[in-house]
Design a protein around this ligand. Structure first.
Ligand code: NAD
Length: 481
C-alpha cells in the first residue's frame, strides 16, 4: 500500500516501510510507507492548493460528493468490516457495525453541509446592515487512534469536507489500511485530488510527520483523538501558529449502580459498554461502583456473564472478545491487575493473559472481574483499555459522585437508578461530556461526542460538529439610506 497525496498513490520519500500485522497472530497483512517530513509537506502543499477550489464549490455539490462516499462505504460494508477486524482485531460483527457507524457520520455531515446557515443581525444603525457568514477554517490536520480505524477517520474528515476544508491525515500506525481503503472510495465517489491526503508512519516516525503540520501556518486546525499526553503535546506545539484544536482524549468512565437500580438492566448495560472492542474504547466504563446492598447480587450475575464470553480471533464468527491491539496494551492490563491484587483486590473471573499453544506472545487477555478495588489502585486512576471490570462498593450517593469526579478526566459516565429525582441530581453533578442514564450504548452521529477537563474539548457529530471547522465572518455594509 502507498500514501495518498494530491490524488496519487505515492511511495514514501525515504523508501522506508512499516509492517501492518494481524494482532491475533502477528502475521503480516501489508506494508505501508513509513513516511517522513517531505511526505508531510507534499501532502500539505496538495491540501492547500485544493482548498482554493474546494472551498468555493457550492455546499450542495460538496454534499452530493459526501453522499456518494457514504453510499460507497455502505456498499463495501463487508470488505471494510473484514479489513477493520483483520488489522484491529475486533470481532467481525463489530467490524461490520463500525462501517455503518462511520458511514452515518458521512451522511450526517453531507446533510449538515447544506444547513450551515449564517445570520442576519438586527442592525443598531439605520444606515448599516449586519451579517454573519460561516467560512471554512482552511487545511485541517487529522491524527487518529487505532481503536476505531474507520469511525475516527470518518468523524473528522466528513465534517471537514462538509465545511469546505481540505485534509492531511496520519492514521494510527497499527491500523492505517482502513484509512487508505476509505480514501480510495472517497476518490471514486468524486472527492477531487488534494482534498484528502493520507500519510502513514510508524510510531517512532510519527512526530517527524506531524511536527511539519504543527509548525506550518497553513494548517489552521488540528483534529485529534488519542491519549491525553499526546493531545497536550499537540496543543503546546501548535500554539506558535494559534491553530484551532479539537481534542478527544482519554477517559476514565465511572459506572454507578444504585440500590434502586434494575440490576438485570445494569449488568446488561455494563456488558455492552465495557466489552465492546475488548474494552478498548475511550468511553468504556473503567471504574464500577456498586451500592453495598446490591453488590453481591450484581457481582454474581456479572461474573456469570463475563465467564461465558468467548475469546478468539476476529476470523472466528463466534468470538466476542478479540486480541488486544499489541503487546504494550497487554502489558498495561497485566500491570493493572497485578497492582490491584497486590493492594487487596480479589479476582472473581479471569485475571491473566490467555496463552495459545504455539503462539509465543499471545495478545489475548481473559475477561476479568475484580472486587474490592479502591481509588488508590492503578485500575481506578488510569485507563486500563482492556476487558477488566474493577468493582468498588459504596454506601452514600454524595460520596460516590465525589469519587466519580475525583479524576482529571471527564469523557463519559454511566449510572443506573429507577429514581427520577436521583437521575437529575446525579446527571447534573457528574463532571463529564456524556452521561449514559440506564443505558450502556449512547454513540450516535446526531449526538455531540466529547469531553471536559483533561478529556479534551470540541464536539464531534450533532448540529455542533461543523462549528470547529468553520469560523464566523462578520460583514457590515454601510451607506444604506
Ligand atoms: P495515542 O495518543 O498514543 O495515539 C493516537 C495517535 O497519535 C496515533 O495516530 C499516534 O501515532 C499519534 N501520536 C503518537 N505520538 C505522537 C506525537 N508525538 N505527535 C503526534 N502524534 C502522535 O493513543 P492510542 O494508544 O492510539 O489510543 C488510545 C487512547 O486514545 C486512549 O487514551 C483513548 O481513551 C483515546 N481515545 C479517545 C477517544 C475519544 O473520542 N475521546 C476515542 C478513541 C480513543
Amino acid at each position: 500500500m502507498r500514501n495518498f497525496i494530491a490524488g496519487d498513490w505515492t511511495d514514501g520519500c525515504e523508501n522506508r516501510q512499516l509492517a501492518v500485522t494481524d494482532p491475533s497472530d502477528g502475521s503480516l497483512i501489508a506494508n505501508v510507507p513509513d513516511s517522513g517530513a517531505a511526505d508531510a509537506k507534499a501532502a500539505l502543499d496538495a491540501a492547500q492548493t485544493a482548498f482554493n477550489s474546494w472551498r468555493t464549490m457550492s455546499a450542495r455539490d460538496r454534499a452530493g460528493i459526501l453522499k456518494n462516499w457514504h453510499d460507497a462505504i455502505v456498499a463495501h460494508r463487508e470488505d471494510l468490516g473484514r479489513l477493520i477486524s483483520r488489522e484491529q482485531g475486533k470481532p467481525l460483527a463489530e467490524g461490520r457495525g463500525e462501517v455503518l457507524y462511520a458511514a452515518s457520520y458521512v451522511e450526517w455531515f453531507a446533510e449538515q453541509a447544506t444547513r450551515a446557515n449564517g445570520e442576519v443581525i438586527p442592525s443598531p444603525f439605520g444606515n448599516k446592515r449586519l451579517l454573519a457568514v460561516r467560512e471554512p477554517v482552511g487545511v485541517v490536520a487529522v491524527v487518529t487512534p487505532w481503536n476505531f480505524p474507520a469511525a475516527m477517520i470518518a468523524r473528522k474528515i466528513a465534517p471537514a469536507l462538509a465545511a469546505g476544508c481540505t485534509v492531511v491525515a496520519k492514521p494510527a500506525e497499527d491500523t492505517p489500511l482502513t484509512a487508505l481503503a476509505l480514501v480510495k472510495l472517497a476518490q471514486e465517489a468524486g472527492v477531487p485530488a488534494g482534498v484528502i491526503n493520507i500519510v502513514t508512519a510508524s510510531r517512532e516516525r510519527t512526530p517527524t510527520v506531524v511536527d511539519v503540520w504543527l509548525g506550518d501556518e497553513r494548517v489552521r486546525k488540528i483534529s485529534f483523538t488519542g491519549s491525553t499526553p499526546v493531545g497536550k503535546h499537540l496543543a503546546r506545539d501548535s500554539a506558535s501558529t494559534l491553530k484551532r484544536l479539537s481534542l478527544e482524549l482519554g477517559g476514565n468512565a465511572p459506572f454507578i449502580v444504585f440500590d434502586d437500580a434494575n440490576i438485570e438492566a445494569a449488568v446488561e448495560g455494563l456488558m455492552a459498554a465495557k466489552f465492546r472492542n475488548g474494552g478498548q474504547t475511550c468511553v468504556c466504563p473503567n471504574r464500577v461502583y456498586v451500592h453495598d446492598v446490591v453488590h453481591d447480587t450484581f457481582v454474581a450475575k456479572l461474573a456469570e456473564r463475563v465467564s461465558a464470553l468467548k475469546v478468539g480471533p476476529a476470523s472466528d464468527p463466534t468470538s466476542q472478545i478479540g486480541p488486544m491491539i499489541n503487546e504494550r496494551a497487554v502489558q498495561k492490563i497485566e500491570r493493572h491487575v497485578r497492582d490491584a491484587v497486590s493492594q487487596g483486590a480479589r479476582i472473581v473471573v479471569g485475571g491473566e493473559r490467555i496463552r495459545k499453544p504455539g503462539a509465543p506472545q499471545s495478545a489475548y487477555f481473559a475477561p476479568t472481574v475484580l472486587v474490592g478495588t479502591t481509588h488508590s489502585m492503578a485500575c481506578s486512576c488510569e485507563e486500563t483499555f482492556g476487558p477488566v471490570v474493577p468493582v468498588t462498593r459504596f454506601h452514600v450517593e454524595s460520596e460516590v459522585v465525589a469519587q466519580a469526579n475525583a479524576t482529571p478526566f471527564g469523557l463519559a459516565a454511566y449510572f443506573y437508578t429507577e429514581s427520577p429525582a436521583r437521575i437529575w441530581r446525579v446527571a447534573e453533578a457528574l463532571e463529564c461530556g456524556i452521561v449514559g442514564i440506564n443505558e450502556g450504548v449512547f454513540s450516535a452521529e446526531a449526538a455531540p461526542f466529547g469531553g471536559v477537563k483533561e478529556s479534551g474539548y470540541g464536539r464531534e457529530g450533532s448540529v455542533h460538529g461543523l462549528d470547529d471547522y468553520q469560523h464566523i465572518k462578520y460583514l457590515c455594509q454601510g451607506g444604506i439610506q
